[in-house]
Write a protein that binds this ligand. Structure first.
Ligand code: UD1
Ligand code: MG
Length: 450
């Protein structure tokens, strides 16, 4: 084991903050300037929910991804600055023996993360250019996660899950999922990327989801940093002692486990802070009325960034809690994604030019739907998830609203304009994250012993 380093790696954190500011400025500057270049390269789309036909530059998430990944590369020496400094000062060698090993495992974690992000960018961009069908693009992020999983394996990553109290009689306290855990992690990367992509179609929707999830991850990471004062009192009061293994100040006496925990969350911060920066910058141009579209590139790269930190910083279950609206949207979409209910190319809400309002868009059945389709739609409508129109005499379903969370909001809350709808979506994302923290740090104490 390398000697414990008594100096907290705070300078690297400040460097990351500085890089994030650069990322913000570069993105906010480049997007409008590169828009015409993208249009000239035929990377453009029509805003489906506007009366005008001006081409809007599409897949501008490529600019965000480029700025993000290049800055993450530039940041590598900073992330390892304490090791570099030790080697430079010669304090890593004592009596001819290397006492402070270079953290090669951390470097491979970092590099494999970059590899996954690059693959996600490439595949997202290919999707923008060639419009890959969603069935074909499902396995893509699974393959892109292989480097991550290999590094996870190499560093003897945990494959155990803690069994909730009621099930311990049957399963024991810890359950080793072994290879299944790797299957779960690779599915996480395909879920994270695609779930943002299918909750799309109104100005600001994709990037605002990414932004709020990234901020939630950052907030969670901050809980694990060694602060001079312990502000985790609510966690103590809730009796969830399992979370209180860290904290206090960074010291030479800090246990290896605590130090590792802090380092993992620092790693997550290094990836999330510049992501927030590019998202805020992009959102400025993508906000209603949008002057730039994210394309699938942004959805893929942000989703992969979340999968990367969730896996390498070992909080994939907490991460999933930040995806509550996406999980809801995915489950709601399943009948359309798996062909039980017809799925049109676009499921975005319907725009009424005169009223300037969005209404739920509908699937119109030209011939009577099958028994299975009718059955599924009836169940969904019982729960208020879709609105059906029936034939007056035969009772056959004629129309159903598309099964997306955006249409669901319009069905439940009534028609509204595009800006209001994206605000509703953002509120649901924030509420989901708030709930996630309650479940993670409050209720977990009821299900798991602290
Ligand atoms: C996904 C959705 C699809 C939705 C589309 C909108 C599924 C299975 N697929 O498809 O239902 O219609 O995203 O992005 O749920 N656009 C706007 N306003 C925006 C953003 C996009 O009008 O704020 C339109 C533009 O015409 C743009 C197009 O959507 O060119 C991009 O669609 P694309 O990302 O290619 O769709 P998918 O991801 O395949
Ligand atoms: Mg898309």
């Amino acid at each position: 084991r390398p000697l414990i380093d008594p100096i907290p790696p705070m300078p690297a954190l400040y460097a990351s903050l500085g890089m994030s500011i650069i990322a913000f400025l570069a993105t906010v500057y480049l997007i409008p300037r590169l828009g015409p270049v993208f249009i000239a390269a035929d990377l453009k789309g029509k805003d489906l929910l506007k009366s005008y036909n001006d081409p809007i530059p599409e897949s501008m998430g490529l600019v965000c991804a480029a700025v993000y990944i290049l800055l993450l590369m530039l940041f590598i020496p900073f992330a390892f600055s304490s090791s570099i400094m030790k080697r430079a000062s010669g304090t890593d060698i004592s009596e001819g023996i290397n006492v402070v090993d270079f953290p090669h495992h951390q470097l491979s974690v970092y590099l494999s993360s970059l590899l996954s992000l690059l693959t996600a960018t490439m595949l997202g961009f290919l999707d923008d250019v060639f419009d890959i069908r969603w069935r074909h693009k499902l396995p893509i992020p699974i393959i892109a996660s292989v480097p991550l999983l290999m590094v996870y394996y190499a560093e003897r990553g945990n494959t155990h899950v803690v069994v909730p109290l009621p099930l311990r009689g049957i399963l024991g306290t810890l359950l080793n999922l072994g290879p299944l855990y790797y299957v779960y992690m690779s599915l996480l990367s395909t879920f994270a990327t695609n779930s943002i992509n299918i909750l799309a179609g109104i100005n600001g929707s994709e990037v605002s989801q990414a932004l709020i999830i990234a901020l939630s991850v950052i907030f969670n990471d901050l809980l694990y940093l060694p602060w001079p004062i312990d502000f985790r009192i609510p966690v103590y009061l809730l009796g969830n002692k399992a979370e209180v293994e860290f904290g206090g100040v960074w010291s030479a006496g800090m246990s290896y486990g605590s130090r590792e925990l802090v380092e993992r969350h620092l790693f997550s911060l290094y990836f999330m802070m510049p992501l927030v920066a590019v998202c805020v910058a992009f959102m400025y141009h993508n906000w209603y009325p949008a002057r730039a579209f994210p394309g699938d590139t942004l959805c893929y790269v942000t989703g992969m960034a979340f999968a990367v930190v969730g896996i390498h910083s070992h909080f994939s279950k907490t991460l999933l809690l930040f995806f509550i609206p996406q999980i809801f949207n995915f489950l709601l979409s399943c009948p359309q994604l798996f062909g039980v209910v017809p799925c049109p190319r676009h499921r975005v809400p319907r725009f009424d030019v005169n009223a300037n309002l969005l209404y739920p868009s509908k699937i119109i059945f030209e011939k009577p739907p099958s028994q299975l389709t009718t059955y599924v739609l009836r169940i969904f409508s019982t729960f208020g998830l879709t609105e059906l129109t029936f034939h007056a005499t035969s009772g056959i379903i004629l129309e159903a609203t598309n099964l997306t969370i955006l249409n669901f909001f319009l069905v439940r809350l009534g028609p509204m304009n595009e800006k209001r709808l994206v605000q509703v979506l953002m509120c649901s994302q924030v509420a989901g994250s708030a709930l996630a923290f309650v479940v993670r740090y409050g209720l977990a104490g009821l299900v798991y012993d602290g």
